[in-house]
Each structure stands twice: as C-alpha cells, then as structure tokens.
Design a binder for this molecule. Structure first.
Ligand code: ATP
Ligand code: MG
Length: 184
C-alpha cells in the first residue's frame, strides 16, 4: 500500500482544495520555498493517520489545524489520502478486494469530527485498526523524523541510537521481558 494522492482542503495554509499526486511507490521528496507548506503536507498525512500528540503537527488544539484557526470564513479542514492497494500482500486486514483505499478525516469549528473509509463514515478505532494492520502506527515515537530531529540523531551517543532502533524495531519489549525473567 502506498500513497497515490492527497487532497487537502482548509487544512493549515491550504485554504483552497489542493491535490498532491504523482507519488512514487518508494521515495518522494517535496521541495519549495521556506514557509510554502511542505511540512504542512506531512502534517496533513499525520492528521489522517490519527496522530494523537498534536505538538508533532505543531498545534495545541485540533481547531488550530483549520485554515487560520477557523477564523477566516473557512470552518472545516478535510484531508483525504488515497492509497494504492494493488499489492494484496500489503493490504490492510479486510480490505483485499479494493484497488484503492481512501481515508478521509474532517474536523469542523465546534469540535465536530469525522472519518470516512472509501466514502463511508467510520469510527476512529476502525481507521486506527486499518493502519495498525499494515504496521502504520503514527503514534509510535519513532514513526516520525520531524524537522530538526536528524541533527538530534546525529548528535546522539551510540547507546542512544541503539535504543532508538530497538524501540522502532519493536525488540525493546523482549529486553524488558528478558530482564524480568532473569529476575525470577
Ligand atoms: P520550511 O522550509 O521553513 O520548513 P515549509 O514549506 O515546511 O517551510 P510549512 O511549515 O509547511 O512550511 O508552512 C508554514 C506556513 O504555514 C506558515 O506561513 C504558517 O503561517 C502557515 N500556517 C500554519 N498553520 C496555519 C493555519 N492554521 N492557517 C493558515 N496558515 C497556517
Ligand atoms: Mg518545513
């Protein structure tokens, strides 16, 4: 499963509906002037993936993600991501029959909130289950390498880098289990 297209409407600096497409299945780069909205595209992906720590998308309240905080006549932020689902080995659990999967998240002034899967209303849990079934957990601390983090990683001690990799790979839990079993 990989991103084919993102439609951003009313989210952060994207007041008008904007379509971002022509993604490569493996590697993509976004270029542009400072402040032109590159990171906001990444934030919009995190938004659809269900990020719970809003500081990672540079906000403190969901409403701040709406264009000008909902104070400029635009009262909704909607982001849709269409994933290519042709590779059935990578399909989310229960979605093998779809060639494409579109996940939409919308928030409105007044804290109205909804998710859609292929145009049908869905609960946040259902969307989270879908992404978790393809091991896409935006809330894993090492899922995101945000602006500035590369420098931080470069300055880490080897033991800190190892710890970060162990956490990302999911092997840290075994260390904890091993330590516990050695205690008993
Ligand atoms: P850089 O190269 O400096 O990293 P960038 O292309 O990543 O820049 P972004 O961080 O995506 O830029 O965009 C920053 C712009 O988005 C700023 O001008 C900021 O005012 C604007 N912005 C952020 N949130 C909102 C919002 N809710 N409404 C309107 N504009 C917003
Ligand atoms: Mg940026």
């Amino acid at each position: 499963m990989y991103i084919k297209e993102i439609t951003i409407d009313g989210f952060k600096s994207y007041a008008q509906q904007t379509v971002v497409n022509k993604f490569d299945a493996h590697f993509n780069a976004i270029t542009g002037l400072n402040g032109s909205g590159k990171s906001n595209i990444l934030d919009s992906i995190c938004f659809v993936l269900g990020i719970s720590n809003l500081t990672q998308v540079r906000a403190t309240h969901l409403q701040e993600l709406i264009y000008k905080g909902g104070n400029a006549g635009i009262t909704k932020a909607t982001v849709s991501i269409t994933f290519d689902n042709m590779d059935k080995n990578q399909s989310p659990l229960g979605y093998q029959e779809y060639e494409e999967i579109t996940i939409t998240r919308q928030i409105s002034v007044g804290n109205k909130h909804k998710y859609l899967i292929n145009g049908q209303n869905a609960t946040a849990q259902r969307v989270s289950d879908l992404f978790c079934s393809v091991k896409l957990n935006v809330n894993n601390p090492n899922f995101l390498i945000m602006q500035g983090k590369i420098t931080k990683v470069l300055n880490m001690k080897p033991v800190e880098v190892l710890s970060m990799i162990e956490e990302a790979a999911g092997t840290k839990t075994y260390d904890i289990k091993k330590a516990n079993s050695l205690k008993t």
